[in-house]
Design a protein around this ligand. Structure first.
Ligand SMILES: O=C(O)[C@@H](CO)OP(=O)(O)O
Length: 242
């Protein structure tokens, strides 16, 4: 049985403040650290182990991975970081409070920006003025819709993750709400309309099992299912005016 375990980072400081994060490199909150450790505990308890881990260039995902590795006593495994697992770029919304943005533009508009498949948030006027060495050789976007994110995440799946899993490696991927939505959309064949209702909770391991053709046969979240459902609903509600 081939498996992939994905995990969205634990709560970040900007999740806590309810701000659009995108490519802003914000760290985990105290709760986020606790969620990451608990994810490691659940994975260990359920008997998982990993040969390699993949994560983004953003510290909230990297640090989540570190905590999981630490709790699982797997700090020695190879870790690959890649910008293609980054969160969706939130354009000009980056840093804004989600509820305040909904008060200003309406819940429906914010839902379009957060969850529609092919309508991007307004673009940043210009690229960030301070060049960041990690992005020196990549096409940094000024905004992204989920479709744009799919277009960078899927090559990573086909060229890197799927071959590694198919070769017999136990792979762990620590990433973000929307880079995971991009991969899940593909794996589960979710339509452009239905993907608008999918929300990924922070810090909960999501296990995918595949057949020999790498077609998903089963997926499930590890942990208390009622708590997970509540966390997913909370993510959906972040974009509503208070
Ligand atoms: O702010 C973001 O970058 C993402 C994930 O935290 O938020 P949303 O759930 O609104 O897409």
């Amino acid at each position: 049985m081939y498996k992939l375990v994905m995990i969205r980072h634990g709560q970040s400081t900007w999740n806590l403040e309810n701000r659009f994060s995108g490519w802003a490199d914000v760290d985990l909150s105290e709760q986020g650290v606790a969620e990451a450790k608990e994810a490691g505990r659940l994975l260990k308890e359920a008997g998982f182990t990993f040969d390699v881990a993949h994560t983004s260039y953003l510290k909230r995902a990297v640090r989540t991975l570190w905590h999981v590795q630490d709790v699982m006593d797997l700090m020695w495994i190879p870790v690959v970081t890649d910008w293609r697992l980054n969160e969706r770029h939130y354009g000009a919304l980056t840093g804004l409070n989600k509820a305040e943005t909904a008060t200003k533009f309406g819940d429906d508009q914010v839902k379009v920006w957060r969850r529609s498949y092919d309508i991007p948030p307004p673009a940043q006027a210009t690229a960030d003025s301070a060049p960041d060495a990690r992005y020196a050789n990549i096409p940094v976007p000024l905004t992204e819709c989920l479709k744009d994110t799919v277009e960078r995440v899927l090559p990573y799946w086909h060229d890197v993750l799927a071959p590694a899993i198919r070769a017999g490696n136990n792979v762990l991927m620590a990433a973000h709400g929307n880079s995971m939505r991009a991969l899940v959309k593909f794996l589960d064949g979710i339509s452009d309309d239905d993907i608008t209702e999918l929300n990924i909770p922070n810090g909960i391991p999501l296990v995918y099992e595949f057949d020999a053709d790498m077609k998903p046969v089963k997926h499930y979240y590890l942990g208390d299912q009622a708590e997970i459902a509540a966390k997913m609903a909370a993510v959906a509600n972040q974009g509503k005016a208070k």
